[in-house]
Design a protein around this ligand. Structure first.
Ligand SMILES: [Zn+2]
Length: 90
């Protein structure tokens, strides 16, 4: 019985090791921003496609992105940083 319990413990640790490895494959926000959103945060391929439509709400916006390589999907998040080309009607 004792040997069996030890084996189960080893299996649990192995699963944690696998899961932990998976987490390190995904990028942090900072790492993703450095790629200008051109690189898949999951598999690091540059074959990413952005959906044309951008959703906006109270100074922030987001856009759906798909990876053509690993089929991952995520959202690029944008923040309002200013305005330009103001035209005042006369
Ligand atoms: Zn990918």
């Amino acid at each position: 019985m004792k040997t069996r319990e030890n084996n189960m413990g080893w299996l649990e640790n192995w699963e944690k090791f696998i899961t932990g490895n998976g987490d390190t494959m995904t990028k942090t926000d900072d790492q993703y921003i450095k790629t200008s959103g051109l690189q898949c945060p999951s598999c690091e391929a540059y074959e990413v496609t952005t959906v044309d439509r951008v959703e906006t709400d109270d100074g922030s916006a987001w856009q759906e992105v798909n990876c053509d390589s690993c089929k991952a999907t995520w959202q690029d998040i944008y923040k309002l940083t200013g305005y330009d080309n103001l035209e005042i009607a006369k």
